[in-house]
Design a protein. Structure first.
Length: 79
């Protein structure tokens, strides 16, 4: 899969817009990254739809997950 530079620029613009729209979430993710995510950490996500439907899920972080996060981090630093 080849990366189209124009798509990457568009994605960066979209992400910048996301950061502006949701600064508290970005602060949360930044604090989480600074604290460090370690194997065995449990990440929980809860969604409440406008209709009132609630959905929850969680994952227990594995070494494979940490490896993937490291690869993503390295890609974002090289972009």
């Amino acid at each position: 899969m080849a990366l189209n530079p124009m798509q990457l620029i568009g994605l960066k613009n979209d992400f910048d817009k996301f950061k502006n729209n949701h600064p508290k979430f970005i602060q949360f993710v930044t604090a989480l990254a600074q604290a460090g995510i370690h194997e065995g950490t449990i990440l929980e996500c809860k969604v409440l739809t406008p209709e009132g439907r609630e959905m929850q899920a969680n994952i227990k972080i594995t070494q494979d997950d940490l490896d993937l996060l490291q690869k993503i981090k390295e890609m974002s630093q090289n972009a």
